[in-house]
Design a binder for this molecule. Sequence first.
Ligand code: FRU
Length: 327
Amino acid sequence: GQQRKTYRIGFSQCTGADEWRRYMLNEMNRELTFHPNYTLLYQDAGNSTDRQISQIHSLVDEGIDLLIVSPNETSTSITQAVESVFKKGIPVVVIDRKIETESYNAYIGADNVEIGRMAGAYIGNLLNGKGRIVEVWGLPGSSPAQERHRGLREALTRYPQVQISKELNGQWEKDTARRVAAAHLSDLKAADLVFTHNDVMGLGVYEVSKAAGLDKQLRFVGIDALPGPNAGMQFINEGILTASFLYPTGGQEAIETAVRILEGKSVKRDNMLNSIQVDASNIRALKAQTDKLLAQQYDIEKQSRRIDELTRTYSTQRNTLYLTLGS
Ligand code: FRU
């Protein structure tokens, strides 16, 4: 048969060192198994904006056909790097965090302002309209942190007696959140609830609060509600978090969109993924479903590795056969 054209997709990831980003990459790789003529060139910037910029340039030097980028920050320098790729005629798909330019073909992510609003309304209700919140930010230069904060504040205007008594910067990381929480125990002591821009920071602040004997007085609300071990759904199930809001990674959609673009099909420019509230009212059902899904995915991956092995064995046997017949 005719050889299919092959494509190289570059993926510049702001950091790869957390469960949510690993989940995103898994989704991408799973979707790519349906498209054997595509390869993924993956670069992890390890939370460094400068490194991400140089990695974007080196991906272009390697000759990618399309760039998927999840920018570390909404900074001018990253924005310029992405613009330069787009201006070369290389299509760009932005995922999760945003940049300040129109130079991209598609954006994939959930509506973070809306998620912030959902969290604010939930918290206002949970506190019966009165109380003090410690808000732990993700990286302040990244769009999800800015948008989650904005949504939270908007929703809280309906609860005038609920106030954000302290804002801390946890930079999206559990360890950083632990450190700032430990340095602000008096603020935690004076609060009723801790709202963290993601679930892993919630776990970090919870651990510090527990060690200081404050965990019974505080409630914790986060964002991501990622399934699987060491992630949000589990934290809710264990009663560490009271609630979280699903933040889908969009990994599968990013590859689907990239493939459509490279096949010359039209794509939607803004692709908004849905969020849902996760708490005691639905965690058991959700956890059962997602655990089952993850187990099935694991089985499928195992089977496909087995098929690969068999195919390899078969082709060596066939080669041996040809050699034998030929001699
Ligand atoms: C993972 C993460 C998520 C968060 C997202 C925001 O690196 O911090 O927890 O929802 O990035 O960009």
